[in-house]
Design a protein around this ligand. Structure first.
Ligand SMILES: NC(=O)c1ccc[n+]([C@@H]2O[C@H](COP(=O)([O-])OP(=O)(O)OC[C@H]3O[C@@H](n4cnc5c(N)ncnc54)[C@H](OP(=O)(O)O)[C@@H]3O)[C@@H](O)[C@H]2O)c1
Ligand SMILES: *[C@@H]1O[C@H](CO)[C@@H](O)[C@H](O)[C@H]1NC(C)=O
Length: 276
């Protein structure tokens, strides 16, 4: 039987209304009161200058990923580090001259202890590492998103790193019944216990990006939140550049904060006020 177009139209319309209401309810009840940022593009210029004078170094985990690539771009753009090291499972190639001074450490994440030297002597660490259960199964997911991330943080701390920035996820909660959110919450907490002088946790919602590999569920979520982002902008989804730029800007801000959690809304606000 073929449904008349008008019925389909109405069904689609209704579905949209339901989804919009659901999104609105989530949006309304979910995030705690967001941290307020005043316009700070000017202040950041000064902070950049000060930061630069200390000749600090950093490392990035996951620089080949969607967020990591943007983070690397943002950090090079701010030019606040005298040395940037990429730590990954494979060597990356870059065409642009801006990337020529990068240092790359290729490590075997299954034997990270053997690569402790790669984690030595960095002031700041960034982690955008992650995989999915769909790609590597439950055990593989825990191995990467928990074990590799935690071990890297431990080696970095032991190697003198004082500031750690972790890309986690919206809803991360060590007591969650959902494996993904539970693992994210656990690793957040275990890294906090390592006692970095400064530790920033970023909890983005659905990352809006034109991903190279195909992930159908994410694609649908992205189309949906992308379409409604004008209406329900700040708590469910976020452009990937926003996360990356917020991580870079936040490095310069509030050094007195020991542990800081930036929810999706906080990341968006920081991105907007710190200059896109
Ligand atoms: N996608 C979302 O909507 C969303 C939302 C909230 C939070 N997050 C979280 O945000 C983080 C970054 O996400 P993304 O989408 O930017 O990541 P992505 O594009 O999938 O990149 C993942 C990075 O992790 C590395 N990696 C993956 N498996 C590895 C393994 N077995 N050994 C070594 N390295 C491995 C990849 O290296 P290779 O290039 O060598 O594979 C890549 O650099 C993840 O932790 C994710 O869970 C994602
Ligand atoms: C940073 O490096 C510059 C140039 O190499 C040097 O002149 C300066 O003294 C260094 N500053 C610190 C704090 O080490």
């Amino acid at each position: 039987m073929k449904l008349p177009d008008s019925t389909l139209g109405i069904a689609t319309g209704l579905l949209t209304v339901v989804l919009v209401v659901v999104a609105a309810v989530f949006n309304y009840f979910d995030d705690p009161a967001p941290v307020k940022y005043t316009s700070m593009a000017e202040d950041l210029k000064t902070l950049e200058g000060n930061f630069r004078q200390h000749n600090k170094s950093c490392f990035i985990l996951g620089a080949s990923g969607e967020t990591g690539q943007e983070l690397l771009r943002a950090l090079l753009g701010r030019n606040i580090f005298s040395k940037i090291t990429l730590i990954g499972r494979r060597r990356l190639t870059f065409e642009d001259k801006a990337y020529e001074n990068l240092i790359q450490e290729v490590v075997d994440f299954e034997k990270l202890e053997d690569y402790a030297a790669a984690f030595q002597g960095h002031d700041v660490g960034y982690c955008c590492l992650g995989t999915t259960k769909a790609k590597v199964g439950t055990e593989g997911f825990i191995r990467v998103d928990h074990d590799y991330v935690l071990k890297s943080a431990e080696l970095a701390k032991a190697g003198g790193c004082t500031q750690f920035h972790l890309e986690s996820s919206r809803g991360a909660d060590k007591n969650s019944n959902f494996l993904y959110l539970k693992v994210k919450g656990q690793v957040e907490a275990e890294i906090e216990a390592l006692g970095f002088d400064r530790y920033a946790i970023y909890r983005p919602g659905v990352l809006l990006v034109d991903r190279q590999e195909s992930r159908p569920v994410e694609w649908v979520a992205r189309k949906f939140f992308g379409a409604f982002s004008a209406v329900f902008s700040t708590s469910m989804s976020i452009p990937i550049q926003a996360v990356a730029k917020a991580m870079a800007s936040n490095t310069l801000l509030r050094p007195e904060q020991k542990t800081e959690i930036l929810e999706n809304t906080d990341i968006t606000n920081l991105w907007k006020s710190a200059g896109k």
